[in-house]
Design a protein around this ligand. Structure first.
Ligand code: DX5
Ligand code: ZN
Length: 221
């Protein structure tokens, strides 16, 4: 298997007034990438931040890999500003998008990788026809909108199906993932792990990140 275990902390529940310092600390403690949750108050009932803040963060943190998780009604609208802000992986939900292929192509033409996300209520079959154009698929393990929710183990059949059929695909999970739930994700075949409160709130971030990466890696061998 050629996929690698990667841990991408979500800064949603970090101190956003100190975003650059909080992000740098996560990277210094071994984070493989940063998962930036963008919410528009429409696709999900919450608001976070937009491209201007991502660009400000990029000005402080030059080299880290940035994923934006676009929980927005119209992801096409933010492609160009997010590319300009220095985003590497633009992950959007397929649910509100009429032409997923077109939006994916625009993301690639803007110089970013494509991530395709599904909410808990969306079947993996709805995603299947787009897998060839995706660099990453994201299986949500909570209802998107808020950090700190409980992990939905009943999403694991989606991950298992994806891993069985696509051994080289980057499969990401997001929501309620931490040391207590990582084995379940790893066993099912996820290799990109988003973790918010479990990492950000940990007294030893380095230990939590390392432990989760080791568990995931042990199932990829
Ligand atoms: C939920 C977000 C997640 C979330 C992760 O809408 O997409 O990235 O903040 O945080 P935890 O790990 O606390 O569930
Ligand atoms: Zn997210």
């Amino acid at each position: 298997m050629s996929v690698k275990a990667k841990i991408g902390p979500s800064i949603l529940n970090a101190d956003l007034a100190n975003l650059a310092a909080e992000s740098q600390k996560l990277l210094d403690n071994g984070a493989d990438y940063l998962h930036l949750d963008v919410m528009d108050g429409n696709f999900v009932p919450n608001l976070t931040f937009g491209h201007h803040m991502v660009k400000s963060l990029r000005n402080k943190i030059k080299t880290a890999f940035f994923e934006t998780h676009m929980m927005v009604q119209n992801p096409e609208q933010w492609i160009s500003p997010m590319a300009d802000a220095g985003v590497n992986l633009y992950t959007f939900h397929i649910e509100p998008v009429a032409d997923v292929c077109k939006v994916s192509r625009l993301v690639q033409e803007a110089g970013m990788k494509v991530g395709l996300a599904i909410k808990p209520g969306t079947k993996v079959e709805d995603l299947e026809k787009y897998i060839s154009i995706a660099d990453v698929v994201l299986v949500m393990t909570v209802e998107p909108g808020f950090g700190g929710q409980s992990f939905m183990a009943d999403m694991m059949p989606k991950v298992e199906w994806l891993r069985q059929n696509y051994p080289n695909l980057d499969i990401e999970v997001d929501g309620g993932v931490g040391p207590k739930t990582i084995a379940c994700c790893a066993k099912s075949g996820a290799n990109m792990i988003v973790s918010g409160t479990a990492v950000v709130g940990a007294t030893d971030q380095r230990q939590v990140i390392r432990e989760m990466r080791d568990v995931v890696q042990s199932y990829l061998k």
